[in-house]
Write a protein that binds this ligand. Sequence first.
Ligand SMILES: NC(=O)c1ccc[n+]([C@@H]2O[C@H](COP(=O)([O-])OP(=O)(O)OC[C@H]3O[C@@H](n4cnc5c(N)ncnc54)[C@H](OP(=O)(O)O)[C@@H]3O)[C@@H](O)[C@H]2O)c1
Length: 286
Amino acid sequence: MKILVTGSNGMLANSVKDRFKMHELICTDVNELDITDENAVINKVNEIKPEYIINCAAYTAVDKAEEDYDLAYKINSIGPKNLAIAAKKSGAILVHISTDYVFDGDLSLDKAYIEEDRTNPVTAYGKTKLSGENEIIKITDRYYIFRTAWLYGKGNNFVKTMLKLGNSKEEINVVSDQYGSPTNADDLADIIYQAIEKKIPFGIYHSTNLGFTTWYEFTKKIFELANISCKVNPVTTDKYIKIMNIVQAKRPHNSKLSKDKILREGIVVPNWKDSLKKYLEIYVNF
Ligand SMILES: NC(=O)c1ccc[n+]([C@@H]2O[C@H](COP(=O)([O-])OP(=O)(O)OC[C@H]3O[C@@H](n4cnc5c(N)ncnc54)[C@H](OP(=O)(O)O)[C@@H]3O)[C@@H](O)[C@H]2O)c1
């Protein structure tokens, strides 16, 4: 299979390159292919003629996007639009990654968002990502959009930050009123791999690890598995913002994404706790 991977230096891209290494991969970073440049995208796809385009390029700085909307929009909406145009012209299938931030996070906590739920992004980042989804859907029928959340993998991420803090502080405060699923980038890459192999129907799929937790419980699990004795104090989001004296984009209270649709397609999705253990064994020495 010939596959074009964009944004190839990113966290998910690293896992995608690893999972698909048996295939013919053409990996492009922003210098080799800027996805906001329509002509460059069309020319590249026309030249390579990939069967799949896996778009790992994105503007992912959630807080910065509030001040930097135009650039975030260009990368998260115009970029996927260009890729969809090029994919449609060449007959390629477009694989795109989206986010729980397309929802407002106000869903009752006894529920998890399904793919058909009403989107209502409340952050600049979420708005640009939803716009990217809509552009793709308008242009081509041959797409997969995998909405993920709380991603960690190679490179800087929440798990590594917590390990550093846990090893240097006696106690830390972690938010305990945001709910979601930590997701190992290797597992998301494997979900994409399985989806392609099984040729599941095109469409949107919620794709995080199984199980739900809070950042607080997630941190406690990281410390337990890494034998770190640092005390973890649960705090509300409001209190955390006050203690840290920060301004940040609204975080969704409920980021739970239902995996029922992807599981119905026979895709195997590991539980977040098992994946975290695997991650700590493989990537982090302690
Ligand atoms: N990380 C999370 O927790 C999370 C949660 C939900 C959804 N997602 C989604 O998952 C996907 C992968 O996220 P990630 O964490 O792997 O992102 P990432 O590490 O920030 O990687 C994004 C990559 O895109 C590149 N890029 C930026 N602008 C580009 C352009 N115009 N053309 C080509 N490449 C460009 C970046 O290059 P530079 O670094 O050189 O700018 C970077 O290598 C994204 O769609 C993101 O929205 C992530």
